[in-house]
Unconditional design. Structure first.
Ligand SMILES: Nc1ncnc2c1ncn2[C@@H]1O[C@H](C[S@+](CC[C@H]([NH3+])C(=O)[O-])CC(=O)[O-])[C@@H](O)[C@H]1O
Ligand SMILES: O=C(O)C(=O)Cc1ccccc1
Length: 254
């Protein structure tokens, strides 16, 4: 059986079968094997991902300011980076993608090069907790903050808010958990059903769940909203939700 989906110029992309056979329990890492299957993995695993990406272009277009920096923090293969690129119509803006996985950044370079667009993209293989941020108008954290240790999230958001110009925006997409035990159970079940509908087996779902348990820490929508306000954003609201995956828009006061 073949699962190659690549056209000649595309980096080789495969179907995600990483958890299909029994594996020894190990924490999930963004290594080369994940990077190879990542477009397939994230599309089949994150409800709403394929809707959120094109909306990042629309939101970027609304909030980008001339002569500013735009950041995609935890850019993986650059899906949100390229959406931002297409929403930026100022040639004096800088677009910067940051990821601390070498395997992701390496493949991201190929996708950026294949995207025929005049705005240069700078890719940094760095920890988003250390990367320099300044003069920002639009910053995206598309399903990345969930991998940052919870105790480090507030200072990162504060650093982003401090680096953002008045009227600028942060797009924050996350897996969330729910205060109500009943809602938590129903939304989790719907997420698993979404994965089953996308061809994942029960074994794949349960092995992946065990692998991400200690590394992807979801918080409630309320926790996210409160912390964004504390960090220095003034308007904070939900613009998208599908099951236990949300996206929030946070605006810096004018
Ligand atoms: N501290 C960190 N510093 C830098 N990168 C990090 C850090 N922690 C995690 N990452 C990186 O954040 C990315 C998270 S995936 C983002 C999808 C993308 N935004 C997309 O729109 O396709 C989401 C997911 O897989 O659920 C990975 O590439 C990590 O290496
Ligand atoms: O697959 C899952 O269950 C998730 O929660 C999302 C996800 C997507 C890609 C890498 C890690 C987690």
């Amino acid at each position: 059986m073949t699962d190659a989906k690549q056209s000649p110029k595309q980096p080789k992309q495969l179907t995600d079968r990483l958890f299909a056979t029994e594996r020894k329990p190990e924490d999930f890492r963004f290594d080369a094997s994940v990077a190879r299957v990542f477009p397939d993995m994230i599309r089949r695993s994150v409800p709403g991902y394929t809707t959120v990406i094109p909306m990042i272009e629309v939101i970027t277009e609304q909030y980008v300011q001339p002569g500013t920096n735009c950041y995609d923090l935890g850019c993986s293969l650059g899906a949100a980076t390229l959406a931002m690129r297409h929403g930026i119509h100022h040639d004096d803006c800088q677009l910067i993608g940051v990821d601390n996985s070498g395997a992701m950044i390496e493949r991201c370079r190929h996708y950026v090069a294949l995207d025929d667009h005049p705005l240069p993209v700078t890719l940094r293989c760095e920890d988003i907790l250390d990367t320099e941020l300044s003069d920002a108008s639009v910053t995206t954290l598309n399903y990345t903050l969930q991998f940052v240790p919870p105790e480090k999230r507030e200072s990162l958001l504060r650093r982003i808010a401090d680096a953002t110009r008045p009227g600028g925006a942060l797009i924050l997409s996350e897996k969330v958990r729910f205060e109500s035990e009943q809602e938590q159970e129903i939304q989790t079940r719907l997420h698993h059903e979404f994965k089953r509908a996308n061809g994942y087996s029960d074994l794949e779902i349960s092995q992946k769940r065990a692998a991400i348990e200690q590394v992807l820490i979801p918080e409630t929508l309320d926790t996210h909203k409160q912390r964004l306000l504390t960090a220095g954003f003034s308007e904070v609201f939900l613009w998208y939700q599908c099951f236990n995956f949300v996206s929030i828009l946070a605006i810096k006061p004018k």
